[in-house]
Ligand binder design. Structure first.
Ligand code: EPU
Length: 425
């Protein structure tokens, strides 16, 4: 478990070591969060494998426990979810306010109990992050929804949710997953148009299918869900974390090192691999995994973030860190979240030359970064300062590690195994 007293911890990185060696990717954090909620749709026991021990997983476990679900880690990466006794339709504010994915309990509770009272979610400060699409979707499925006193309160009108055709106003991972879950046990067929195509959506659909749901088209913009009366438990391994994998490949790149990330699904990060190659990094994909090797040069490249299979917004801050030491000027245009630039001031403290114009970071590579006290302002901004610290001259001291703990399992051990000089104090 993650403990409150860890909030004062610092990460000290002595920069300058070339990272070399192998690192195994953990299970996907965002896939796991969706899978945990989906598992509870069945009044049964579901076993998830490959679950990362990171703080968001613990927080969602506590939220589910507050609803009456038994959630237990068993050994390495196995999470047993017993949702037979789920009975409460009110999700606790104190826990939900920390995490966007807590809003998956809305789709879960509506699907399972026909009633949900879920606090407006918190999460990383990367934009306004409303839940209006989710709410419109629940309404289209026949729920009556009001937002009052900080809670979204939804209730089915008839006995069950009713199948519908819903156009997701803008590609949204959370909306697609929430509605897919809710529609799984609706009466009739639901068609989600303009659905998100992220691997996490597909993973959730595969799990739900293993639980007895009837879902076609996940991974395409049109998902068809034929509602079934009841779901049952399943045994399922979540996909590897494409964002963690990407972070370690960038660690290899920024230190001009040689890092092999094992166990990932390379197709999930094609956009990143293409951009790393364009920047001068040698990328090899084989049965073992993906290897990123520096060739002594790093060129500036331009990026627009986009929904999958485009360049992921979550790898924008880590890639920006890489570009701070590349030759030339690069632009990174953020198209998903309006305030994804929390990392900018932190990297500037380390000597990076970055300015932000509207939705675009303009980064001119500098010869070297210098270690400095910085903060992990959100999960991926935290990854950006870690990466910068690995290559900076001198000591980087990172605070607010809670954000890194939310999304990265065993960060220190993994970096150390690759030869980084890093300590948590
Ligand atoms: N949006 C709305 N209204 C809604 C829902 C979304 O306007 O009701 C907007 C968002 O503000 C954003 C865009 O739609 O501009 C896309 O947001 P999306 O719903 O796809 O994001 P999410 O489901 O809240 C997940 C991940 C994020 C990741 C995004 C984009 C989880 C728990 N979170 O968020 O991951 O950045 O998809 O891929 O799965 C992270 O892991 O660090 C992280 C922030």
């Amino acid at each position: 478990m993650w403990k409150k007293d860890e909030a004062m911890d610092k990460l000290i990185i002595e920069g300058g070591n070339r990272l070399q060696g192998k690192v195994a990717v953990s299970g996907g954090k965002n896939s796991t969060l969706a899978a945990m909620a989906a598992a509870c749709l069945a009044p049964d026991v579901t076993v998830l494998e490959n679950v990362p021990r990171c703080k968001d997983v613990f927080t969602l476990s506590e939220i589910l426990q507050a609803l009456g679900v038994r959630v237990e880690f068993e050994g390495q990466g196995r999470l047993v979810i017993d949702a037979r006794e789920l009975s409460t339709h009110v999700a606790p504010y104190e826990l939900c306010r920390h995490m966007r994915a807590s809003f998956y309990t809305a789709g879960l509770l509506l699907g399972r109990l026909g009633r949900a009272e879920v606090p407006l979610p918190g999460g990383c400060s990367i934009g306004s992050r409303p839940v209006d699409f989710h709410i419109r979707g629940f309404q289209a499925l026949g729920a009556k929804v009001v937002t009052e006193h900080g809670y979204v309160k939804a209730r089915v009108q008839k006995r069950r949710l009713q199948g519908t055709v819903f156009y997701v106003p803008r590609s949204s991972v959370g909306t697609t997953i929430n509605l897919m879950m809710a529609a799984s046990t609706a009466s009739g067929t639901t068609v989600l148009q303009n659905a998100a195509r992220e691997p996490e959506v597909v993973d959730t659909a595969v799990l739900l299918t293993a639980m007895g749901a009837k879902i076609r088209g996940a991974g395409t913009p049109t998902i068809v869900i034929e509602g079934v009366r009841k779901l049952h438990g399943a045994h399922y391994a979540v996909i590897p974390d494409r964002l963690e994998a990407g972070t370690y490949l960038i660690a290899g790149a920024i230190t001009q090192g040689d890092v092999l990330v094992e166990g990932l699904i390379p197709e999930h990060i094609t956009a990143l691999l293409t951009k790393l190659e364009e920047a001068g990094i040698e990328i090899t994909v084989d049965g073992e995994g993906v290897r990123a090797r520096g060739r002594g040069e790093l060129r500036a490249v331009d990026i627009d973030t986009a929904p999958y299979p485009g360049f992921p917004t979550d790898l924008h801050p880590p890639f920006a860190a890489l570009m701070t030491v590349a030759k030339g000027t690069s632009t990174i245009r953020e198209t998903i979240f309006e305030s994804r630039f929390g990392y900018v001031d932190e990297l500037r403290r380390m000597g990076a030359n970055i300015r932000v114009e509207k939705d675009t970071a303009i980064i001119t590579g500098v010869e070297y970064l210098t270690g400095a006290p910085v903060e992990a302002v959100d999960i991926r901004a935290g990854a950006a300062v870690v990466l910068a610290g690995l290559v900076a001259r001198g000591k980087t001291e990172i605070t607010n590690l809670e954000n890194l703990d939310r999304g990265y399992e065993n960060l220190v051990d993994k970096l150390k195994a690759l030869g980084a000089k890093v300590e948590r104090v």
